[in-house]
Design a binder for this molecule. Structure first.
Ligand SMILES: [Zn+2]
Length: 290
């Protein structure tokens, strides 16, 4: 763990992220796989406030990169880990075309996705793969801890465009157990640039303080905060004028709150009562009339 921190931050992040897929590429030396554990520890990469400790007797030798690899090894690793994406892409395009010769013709014609997915940036939750959706079926937005922040022009633009122009029928806010962003927010510590972002989760805790404080088990409390964060982000989606006006006019989109679990790969529907939540939101945040 410690030696890797001697690398410059951008290079370290690149290596740890790409190393997670290293085993699929036989040319990449196994030593790089030693960094996989770091990359998978948190949705915000190695920014986790309490990073996992490595064993004092690692089963694999430390990566030469961590110990100070020669520049040739690093360059070769970076080249291979970059090029494999193009190899994969060529295979994917060939397979799609072989299965459906008109696939790219229809893809070029435009998009009309039914779903807007707002998920966490965590690399372990590929929205389309876990839901069996094909290209063109989901409009995707991801950020640390799947937050819908009123002043975030990015997510607000995504919702606006997805609802008003693409006419999505469902908006899914999907969180996940084991979310590093949520865990970081539970850590009473100055996290620098992440503070304003994570404060949105701390605000969720404050809103549900009594319920959360009544859960003695820390893991269960953390899981519940993950769920409550999803619920509050659903509420934030419903507060938008785009959603309220479209629902009044079309009876869609419907907003859903889901949580993904790494243990079994399954999604849990939190079954938020959309109509009830909308009615309560509109007591104060009614923007349904244009
Ligand atoms: Zn996360």
């Amino acid at each position: 763990m410690l030696p890797i921190r001697t690398l410059s931050r951008p290079l370290r992040l690149t290596l740890t992220r790409q190393a997670s897929s290293a085993p699929r590429h036989t040319v990449i030396p196994n030593r790089f796989a030693a960094t996989t554990r770091l990359a998978s520890s948190c949705c915000s990469g190695s920014d986790h406030p309490t990073p996992p400790t490595t064993s004092t007797k690692p089963s694999k030798p430390l990566s030469p990169i961590m110990a100070g690899a020669n520049s040739g090894d690093v360059e070769e690793y970076l080249r291979q880990s970059h090029d494999r994406l193009f190899e994969n892409n060529r295979k994917w395009a060939e397979e799609k075309k072989a299965k459906d010769p008109g696939f790219f013709v229809s893809l070029s014609a435009g998009q009309a996705p039914n779903y807007l997915w707002i998920g966490c940036s965590d690399s372990r939750i590929p929205a389309e793969q876990i839901t069996g959706l094909e290209p063109g079926e989901a409009f995707i937005h991801r950020n640390i801890a799947n937050l819908v922040v009123n002043t975030d022009l990015n997510v607000m633009s995504v919702i606006n465009y997805a609802v008003r122009h693409l006419g999505v029928k469902h908006i899914i806010v999907c969180g996940h157990y084991g979310c590093g962003g949520v865990k970081a927010a539970m850590t009473p510590k100055d996290l620098g640039l992440l503070n304003p972002w994570l404060r949105n989760i701390r605000d969720v805790y404050r809103l549900h303080e009594a319920e959360l404080d009544a859960i003695p088990d820390e893991e269960k409390r953390y899981n519940r905060l993950v769920e409550l964060n999803v619920v509050e982000q659903c509420r934030n989606v419903i507060k938008t004028a785009a959603v309220q006006q479209s629902y009044k006019k079309n009876q869609y989109p419907i907003v859903h709150g889901w949580v993904f679990g790494f243990n079994d790969g399954l999604l849990t529907d939190l079954k938020i009562d959309f109509k009830d939540m909308l009615a309560k939101v509109q007591k104060i945040y009614n923007l349904a009339d244009e």
